[in-house]
Ligand binder design. Sequence first.
Ligand code: WTA
Length: 651
Amino acid sequence: MSAAVFPVPEDWADKALIGEDSYAERYARSIADPDGFWREEAKRITWLEPFDTVKDTSFDKADFHIRWFTGGKLNICANALDRHLVERGEQIAIIWEPDSPGDPVRRITYRELHRDVSRFANALKERGVAKGDRVTIYLPMVPEAAIAMLACARIGAIHSVVFAGFSPDALAGRIEDCGSRIVVTADEGLRGGKTVPLKANVDAALEKVAVDTVVVFNHTGADVPMVEGRDVSWSDAVAGVAEDCAPEPMDAEDPLFILYTSGSTGKPKGVLHTTGGYAVWTSMTHQYVFDYQPNEDGSMPVYWCAADVGWVTGHSYVVYAPLMNGATQVMFEGVPNFPDHSRFWDIVDKHQVEIFYAAPTALRALMREGDEYVTRTSRASLKLLGSVGEPINPEAWDWYHRVVGERRCPIVDTWWQTETGGAMITPLPGAIDLKPGSASKPMFGVQPALLDAESGKVLEGAGQGALVITDSWPGQMRTVYGDDQRFFDTYFSQYPGYYFTGDGCRRDEDGYYWITGRIDDVINVSGHRMGTAEVESALVEHPSVAEAAVVGMPHEVKGQGIYAYVTTTAGTDDSEDLRKELVQWVRKEIGPIATPDVIQFAPSLPKTRSGKIMRRILRKIAENDTGSLGDTSTLADPSVVEDLVANRPQA
Ligand code: WTA
C-alpha cells in the first residue's frame, strides 16, 4: 500500500462545488437527516408532480422494500434534453469521435439531439412499442446508442443494452430473459480499424429467439441482408414520423432500464433500475465527483468518459448524468491503441477535453508502451482525471498522475457497481486528499461497513473485511428483472440487514477505503465483470469437456486473467489444437472479453470428499503461489494437487 498523500490543490479547494468543510457537513446531514438532504438534492430534477415520501426502504427480510421519491412523476429524457432547450439549445451535447481519426467528427447540439430522440421515440411507437415494453439495444459507440436509450426513456419503454462485444448466444439469452420484441442494432461496428458484424450477430441470435422488429442503423454502409417484414433501416423507420413526442410522465419507481451483469452463480442477472432515484443519484454524483460546473467564461467543461454504453458506466456517466447536467461531452467509437498509443491524448487535444474518465486496464496497457506517446501530446486542457471499474494499482495511479496529468490534475478513483447506479466511494476533487490506490471516502448518503467475513460481525476502525452498505441510497438497483427472490438472496441473505457488495475492502486509520477486489466467484477482466460459472458452463458445452473450473489469475494489463482447468472426456487427446479450439469456443459462446488466458488440462480436479471443487487451491495454483496451498487434508485425493502443480503451464 502506498503511504503517499496528495493534498487537495489550493485552487481546487477554493473553487470546487464541495470543499472539505462542506463535504463533512453534508455527509453528516445526509446520514442524520436523509429526508431533508435528499429533498434538497432532488431539486436538481424537474418533477412533473412532486413526491410525497423521500425514502421508504428496509433491508429486513420480513419487510423488504426499496422505494424512493414515491408519488413523484418525472421523465428522465426530458430532464436530459427538453429542459436545456431554452438556455443551451445550440450548445454541443455530443462530440462524436470516430474510430478512425481521419473520418468526420459529428457535433450534435442539444436541440438536434432532442429532435433525433423525439423522432426515434415516435418510430418506436409506430412499431408498437409502449410504456413498460423492453427494447434490446445492440449498438456500437455511436450517438444513435444514446438516442435509442433516451427515446425509450421518453416513452417509458425499458431499454436493455447489450454490449456489442457479446456473442449471438449471449445476446439471445438476454433478449429471451427480458422478453423484448424489438432489437436496435447497426450493420457493423468499428473498433481499431476492424469491423464487428453486428447485424449478422443479431441474425444468428434470432435463430434462437424470435422478435417482431429489428431496426438497423446504417453505420459502415455494409450490405447486410434484411428480413422482409421484420427488419427496417433506422432511416426508413424515422422517415416521415413527427418531430414532436411528448415525454411520458413516469412514476419515480417506474423501471428505466435493465442491464445484465455477472454474478457468482448462474446466468447473468438483469439488474433493474428505476427512474426517480437513479436520476437524482447519477446527476448528483456526476456533478460533485467531476466538479461539473461552468467555466469562468460560462462555457461547460468538455467531459469525456471513455466507457462503452454497453456497461453501467456508459449508462450513468455517458448518457444520463452528463446530459442531465448540460454537459458537452466526447463520445468515442474506437480503442486507445488505434491508430497508435497516443490516440486518447490526441483526442484530448483535438477536442480540448478538461475532464477524462477511464478504466485502469487501458491506462496500464498504455503505460507499458512508454511515456513518449503521452508526452508528445499537449494535454494542457486537462484538469481532472477519473478511474473506474477495478482497483487502480499505485504504479498506474502514479503514471496517470505524473505523466498524463503532469501532477496538476487530481484523480478521482470511483468505486461503484452496476447495482449501485453511480459512484459510492470516491474522492471529491476539492474536498478529499488523495491516496493512490484508495477510493477514499463515501459519497453522500452512503454508509459503508466492513464485516468479518466469517462471523459477519461489524469491524470498527482500521481493518479489513467484506464490504457492505448498511442502508439504501437513491440509485440502488430495485430488483433482478423478473426474480425478486434472486435479488434478495444474492445481495441481502449472506449478511442479514446489509447490502453485500461482493468486494473485500480495507479501511485505514484515516477512514479511507481501499477496495481489495472481489471475494466471490466473480472476476474482473479488464474492468469487465465475468462470472466464473459462466465461463465454466460455456466450456462444458463443448463435446470434449467433461468438467471445468475457472478462477482468476493476476494479469499485468487486464488486472485479472481467466485461468481454466479442464477435464476432458475419456479417450480425448489433450492436444495443443484442442486447447486452441476451446479458447475459440468460449469466445464464440460468450464473446472475446471471456477469452481464457490459460487452459490447463486436468485429469481430475481437487475435490472434497463430498465432491465440492476446492477453488481456493485452484486459485493458488493459478497465481503460481504453490508454496502455500494450505490445508489439503480434506481432499478426497491429495495427489490430484501435486499433479496440477507439476503440470502447470508456464505462461
Ligand atoms: C470493481 C463498474 C476498485 C469492484 C462501475 C466492483 C472497483 C465491480 C472500482 C463492479 C474501483 C469498480 N476500485 N474496484 N474504483 N470500480 N470496481 O458492475 O470489484 O461492472 O464490485 O461496475 O468492479 O463492476 P461493474
